[in-house]
Design a binder for this molecule. Sequence first.
Ligand SMILES: O=P(O)(O)OC[C@H]1O[C@H](O[C@H]2O[C@H](CO)[C@@H](O)[C@H](O)[C@H]2O)[C@H](O)[C@@H](O)[C@@H]1O
Length: 248
Amino acid sequence: MQPLDPSLPDLPADAALFLDFDGCLVEIAPRPDAVAIPPGLAGRLARLHDRLGGAVALVSGRDIADLRGFLPDFPGPIAGSHGAELSLAGQPIRTTHAVDLDAEALHRAAADAVADNPAILVERKPHGVALHYRADPSLRPVVEAVMQRLADAHPGMVLQPAKMAVELRPRGTGKDGALDRLMALPPFAGRVPVYAGDDLTDEAAMAHAQSRGGFGIKIGAGETVARYRLADPAALARWLDDALVGAG
Ligand SMILES: O=P(O)(O)OC[C@H]1O[C@H](O[C@H]2O[C@H](CO)[C@@H](O)[C@H](O)[C@H]2O)[C@H](O)[C@@H](O)[C@@H]1O
């Protein structure tokens, strides 16, 4: 069991907590549909939601419908597709950008471009597409070249490198924007933003949390702007559980 970062403070009682999903709440899996939800995760999120007056949000590169499939009872807001969509508690999903995207055409173009490489997995999202090469990492240059061509052909979209994947997301979106949007709303407004994430896509949001008086927690290895680090999702779970115990 990895020790907790000894410098990591307790979760502030007035925190606004932003949690990434893959590699942060759940371990990375061979395929996006193969992640295992830890047995205590849903209960932990519900208790944190109560403890923080509802100021707990999921912020993911996955689309919201996909995330809801894994965490159907999550009671708080979800920012999905790298901030391109947002669902406030009890409200329908709404789009946060103005990029005019024919998602089906984009998915078709991506799938056609890698049709000769069955090891490349095409993830179709309502606001973009991801090409995964985890099954054969030697295909990374192929994926990068295809995605660069697609980005050139879709000026409204930008490249988003991910873990063993390359994605396209709408220009102007991002997890930092999602954090900003939520921090302007109750019950997040006026609280201390705390953001935990593992990936490149989380860096801007962690920097943003820190610029607003809060802090970031990098999960796992790799360069980061985050002030603190925890080894893996299990270490994050223990830190969150400590906060719940501390709260009595
Ligand atoms: O923002 P996140 O919640 O961390 O989501 C980032 C991307 O995660 C997923 O892909 C990654 O996780 C998969 C499952 O562990 C793994 O197989 C893949 O290699 C990783 O890149 C998801 O599929 C993407 O849509 C998310 O954007």
